[in-house]
Design a protein around this ligand. Structure first.
Ligand SMILES: [Zn+2]
Length: 114
């Protein structure tokens, strides 16, 4: 019998308080749909404004936020999702994206998969 290291017996989640964001959140911060394979980390409060927290979003959602809001507006919303989703552009985006596949990455050209 060999002496095996006995250390890797499963169950080490929850013991991990590293600040690393390994996306345990399975839904997108913005659109609340399940996340696909591509997950972007997004700073609801811009880094340049002292924001440190990140949230997991679809790439398309991050791009949408960034195209709709300026950093100043984002800083003012202070990471409050409710403020962002009131914006008419975001309302429209959420309505549109709701029926897209989680990994849909094409804002304008619907792609046919399968
Ligand atoms: Zn999303």
């Amino acid at each position: 019998m060999s002496k095996n290291k006995y250390s890797r017996c499963g169950q080490d989640y929850e013991m991990n308080d590293e600040p690393e964001v390994q996306a345990p959140a399975a839904t997108c911060w913005l659109c609340l749909r399940p996340l696909g394979e591509q997950v972007d980390k997004y700073h609801p409060v811009p880094k340049s404004r002292g924001g440190r927290a990140t949230v997991a979003v679809h790439p398309i959602c991050r791009r949408t936020i960034e195209s709709v809001f300026t950093n100043a507006e984002l800083a003012r919303s202070a990471g409050d999702r409710d403020k962002l989703v009131e914006h008419p552009e975001i309302v429209r985006f959420l309505g549109w994206v709701a029926e897209k596949a989680p990994d849909s990455d094409a804002p304008t050209a619907p792609r046919r998969k399968r």
